[in-house]
Design a protein around this ligand. Sequence first.
Ligand SMILES: [Zn+2]
Length: 95
Amino acid sequence: MSYRIEAATKEEWAERALSGEKKLAELILIRSKLNTFTMFNAVKEIIWHLTCASCKGWFTFATMEDKYCIERTTFHCPHCGKKGRADTLEVDTTK
Ligand SMILES: [Zn+2]
């Protein structure tokens, strides 16, 4: 769209300014919608890392439950086949 520059009255200039402001407001709205558009849906998953006390092999167990009680679950080691419960260890995250 182009504007005539010549021979514009005060009213025409006012109308053009309002039209420009409206378009700017529309562009800002479109941009804000683009900024809030999300490409992905995400859900939190917790992955427990288990190390077998017998063979030292490790495997993982994933859950979506934040408060899953890993100590109450019996696991079979996929490496040596031994069966047992898990005990949690605190990991030093300051290192
Ligand atoms: Zn094992």
